[in-house]
Design a protein around this ligand. Structure first.
Ligand code: 0L1
Ligand code: MG
Length: 271
């Protein structure tokens, strides 16, 4: 990807954006892998990718689905280096992406499910603008809660680039919350440890510091990207602040459990 593709300027026509939205919608709805979008649209920019993501959001909300918030994607340095970016991506979260703790999360409607541990924020005041501080985010936070995100890349063979991932709603698929909701002032969000177990064995571990240095800074970056695409974060939003651990591939029958310091644990089975 050249730097010119990283611009928020649009290069594609409205008809192209509609066609790409059709492709992503079909891939997500039918759990069918597709080639990365830049194969047919090499001029596609980051701005085009967000135009696709927002068109998908408008279509689904127009069809009666409910948005609950946003997520940060590609927050860890390792993922950013891999994709050649310095700013996380965002993806929207719908109420129907939620699955209850201790439930069986189906995989027959997913392509490449992987799980990662995240701290989720629930806000009590609107957040907007390009330069929010950690303190402003924390002041607008009602509570934090532990979560596991099930990400799903819809691209064949995991071959994608930044534009394709962003158009694919930053691989958003499912999320599960549980454990113990806490006030942000009552926990040290900077250094929360978490261990991810699969079938009773630890498979990944990390510290919340892996998420943009501090999960509240990751939320500030989400709001910055939202500002760039003409969106804001209303009070009452649910925000997933980004993967603390690497994403671990899962298959039917697996049981996963994330054990967070201070926030308790959250687990479920894959079906
Ligand atoms: O939540 C995320 O970090 C999104 C990652 C997007 C790329 C991938 O699917 O690995
Ligand atoms: Mg994530």
């Amino acid at each position: 990807m050249s730097d010119s593709n990283l611009t928020m300027e649009r290069a594609l026509s409205d008809a192209d954006i509609a066609q790409l939205t059709d492709r992503i919608e079909a891939a997500q709805t039918n759990a069918k892998a597709i080639p990365k979008l830049t194969e047919d649209f090499p001029a596609m920019t980051l701005g085009d990718a967000y135009a696709v993501q927002l068109q998908l959001l408008r279509r689904w909300v127009g069809a009666g689905r409910r948005q609950v918030g946003w997520k940060a994607g590609l927050t860890s340095k390792a993922k950013m280096d891999q994709m050649g970016v310095r700013v996380p991506t965002v993806g929207f979260l719908l109420a129907d992406f939620f699955r209850p703790e201790a439930s069986v999360v189906a995989t027959n409607d997913l392509v490449h499910p992987r799980v990662e541990c995240e701290v989720a924020f629930v806000t009590k005041a609107e957040l907007a603008g390009p330069d929010l501080t950690r303190e402003q985010v924390l002041a607008a936070t009602d509570f934090v809660v532990p979560a596991i995100e099930v990400i799903d890349s819809r691209f064949a063979g995991f071959k994608f680039d930044l534009q394709s991932v962003v158009a694919d709603n930053s691989s958003s698929a499912r999320y599960v919350t549980g454990g113990r909701a806490r006030l942000p002032a009552d926990v040290d969000l900077a250094t929360l440890g978490v261990v991810l177990e699969k079938n009773g064995e630890p498979v990944a571990m990390g510290s919340s510091a892996a998420v943009a240095g501090h999960p509240a800074d990751a939320v500030a970056l989400v709001v910055k990207v939202l500002h760039e695409i003409g969106e804001r974060l209303p009070a009452g939003s649910f925000v997933m602040s980004g993967g603390i651990t690497e994403a671990i591939a899962v298959q039917p029958g697996d049981h996963v459990c994330a054990r967070f310091q201070e926030l308790g644990s959250v687990g479920f089975r894959l079906g």
